[in-house]
Every structure is written in C-alpha cells, then in structure tokens.
Design a protein around this ligand. Structure first.
Ligand code: F6P
Length: 348
C-alpha cells in the first residue's frame, strides 16, 4: 500500500446501544488507519450527537492502546437519529445539514459508523447525501442484515448462558419453574443461543408464535417424567401484555395454569456490560482493520460484513432498515426439537 499519498483524515463514532467489543473495533480501525495508512483519526463523542454538535477528540495511536479489553465505548454512545424528527419538528430539521457542514469543515475523508440496524440506516442516508461512510455492525442482538455475525453477540451469549447455568441449581433445589428473560429486541438469536447453550427446556422466541397452554403442557409432562424443575428462556421481544415484562407475563400464566411454583429473572443490561469475549475481540479487530483498508481503497457507502467467516462488504442501502431474524426452519431449531427442547408451539 502506498502511504506516500496525501494522508487522509477520518472520523469514528459508536451509536445505538453499547456492547462488548466497541473499543476493540475503534482500536482496530484507528491503529490500522494510523500505522498502516498514515491517516489522522478523530472520534466523535456520543454517536451522531457528536457529529451534529462538532464534539470530537483527536485519537492518537497512544490513546488507542490499552482499550482492547475494555467494555463500553471510550467515545460514548447515544440513540440520536439525525433524520428522525425532520417531518414532525422543524427545530430539528437542520441536523443532517449540520453533519454535512461539520464533515466538510473538518476536512474529513470518511466517517466510520459503528452500530446496529438503526445506525446503518442513518449511515446509508448520510452516504446518499454524498458523505463517505463505512459501517461496522455491532450488537448483542445479532440482527444486522447482510452479515452472519455482529460483535457483542458472543460475549452476551456467554453472560446469558452463565446466568441460565446458575438458575439450574436453584430451580432444582426448590423444584420450581424458572423463567429468564433475555434481550434481543425483535430478534431471538440471543435467547436461542444462550437457551440452547444453557440447556433451557423451553425457549420462546419472537419469531416463533407460542401458545401458553402448550408451554404448560410441556412443563407438566416434564414433572410427570420425574423432571421436577424447568427452565424457560424467554426472548424480551415475544408478544405479551405491554404493562408487564415478558418474563412476568409468562411466569404468571404458568403458575396459574400449572399450580407449580414459578420465579422470574430479567437479566437486563448485565448482558451488554463488561469485557468482550476473546471471539468478540478478534471479530471487532477484524472488522475494524478491514474498515480501514476499505477507506484506503475508497470502498465507501458500504458496511463491512462476514459471510462464511470471510470479510466482505455490502452496500449500506441494502442494509438500512432491515432486520436479520431467526427463521423457523433453522437447522439448529430443528435439531433442538429432535432432542425434546420445546419452542412453545408443539401442542398447537
Ligand atoms: O440493541 C441492544 C439492546 O440491548 C436490545 O437487546 C434491547 O432491546 C435494547 O438494546 C435496549 O435499549 P436501551 O439501551 O435504549 O434501553
């Protein structure tokens, strides 16, 4: 690579819900951009808010050292959506214009947007405005369209699996039904993977409609089969009464229909916190280093992606606004069913 060419200046931002591996990705982009390509790197604070308000920090190579294992994001994040209020609120109509102005005044050659589906949608719109944008997919939900895997997912699977493991012993001691609610927004990937890894007996996913009577029949059949406790893994996105958590809705229904003592756990933000797993450190590093290479090669308007473990790119406009959801005919689900795992739809 010819580094004698005019040095480029790039910005990095992290947007949407945080997840383990964001700092590894920032480090991957930044170090490669500086060391390999001689670029100047800045980091915008708090997602797209930083880009709107010209709020940024210089990222020298030394500042990118020692952050690989850190959870969260050194840049901060927010759910700011610069295009969202354009229709309803005139006061916000200048946000995209402010972004374009700041991008030009800072002499940026590219902004790397690290985020999930919402971030990729905004990234795609900014790209259509003529800015050079590269997206990097992150989220514990693993639901970004166009890639096989997002970083953050593996760490969250580990945390959720550990929690489910711990529920087994207390469920067994008290012979209870334990409900655990797992994050994932509209997608069931995290509940499915942690549920299977943690030996969940019943796994309820937003993508597979369940029937509470079927869930209860399964629990009763387990008791009759001398299995005196049950673990029910519930994705937060299953349809339920809005004023209750999904876990509490399912727990109440099970206790009412079966009469078996039932307890609920909502795992919550623990799933997003702490140090990334080794696999997420590697994945975020691969994505980050590849994003810097894409900038050097001028491959803008795209998201870096993994397909069959190979790095590739996909146009941002193909990604924006879509979700990658669990399919009911997924081979993992079929195999789990054959082993007696219930998805709450067996007696429909
Ligand atoms: O997208 C990650 C995620 O943790 C989802 O699993 C969850 O539904 C959502 O973010 C929570 O959002 P917030 O951080 O805004 O509470």
């Amino acid at each position: 690579m010819d580094t004698s060419a005019k040095p480029k200046k790039i910005g990095i931002l992290t947007a949407g819900g945080d997840c383990p591996g964001l700092n590894a990705a920032i480090r991957g982009v930044g170090k490669t951009a500086i060391v390999e390509y001689g670029m100047q790197v800045i980091g915008f604070n708090a997602g797209f808010s930083g880009l709107i308000n010209n709020d940024y920090i210089e990222l020298k190579e030394s500042q990118l050292s020692g952050i690989l294992t850190l959870g969260g994001t050194i840049l901060g994040t927010s759910r700011e959506k610069p295009y969202k209020l354009v229709k309803d609120d005139n006061s916000d109509k200048h946000k995209p214009e402010k972004i374009i102005e700041n991008y030009k005044n800072l002499n940026l050659d590219c902004v790397v947007c690290i985020g999930g589906n919402g971030t990729m949608k905004t990234a795609s719109m900014l790209s259509k405005e003529g800015l050079n944008i590269i997206g990097i997919p992150k989220t514990i939900d693993n639901d970004v369209w166009g890639t096989d895997v997002t970083f953050g997912f593996d760490s969250a699977v580990q945390i959720a699996t550990d929690a489910i493991d711990r529920l087994h012993t207390t469920a067994n001691s008290h012979q209870r039904v334990m409900i655990i609610e797992i994050m994932g927004h509209h997608a069931g990937w995290l509940a499915l993977y942690s549920g299977l890894a943690g030996g969940g007996d019943i796994i309820l996913l937003p993508e597979l409609p369940h029937n509470i009577r079927s869930v209860c029949k399964n629990i009763e059949a387990r008791y009759e089969d001398n299995k005196p406790y049950s673990i029910v893994v519930v994705a937060e996105g299953i349809s339920h009464h809005k004023n209750k958590s999904a876990a509490s809705h399912i727990a109440q229904a099970i206790q009412t229909y079966t009469g078996i003592e039932t307890r609920e756990t909502v795992l919550g933000y623990i799933q997003r916190g702490g140090s990334p797993s080794p696999m997420d450190r590697i994945l975020a590093t691969r994505y980050g280093a590849f994003a810097a290479q894409c900038i050097a090669e001028g491959c803008f308007g795209s998201m870096v992606a993994i397909k069959q473990n190979e790095l590739t790119t996909i146009p941002l406009e193909e990604v924006g606004g879509k979700l990658r959801l669990v399919k009911s005919d997924l081979s993992l689900i079929k195999k789990a069913r054959k082993m007696g795992v219930s998805f709450g739809d067996e007696y429909l």
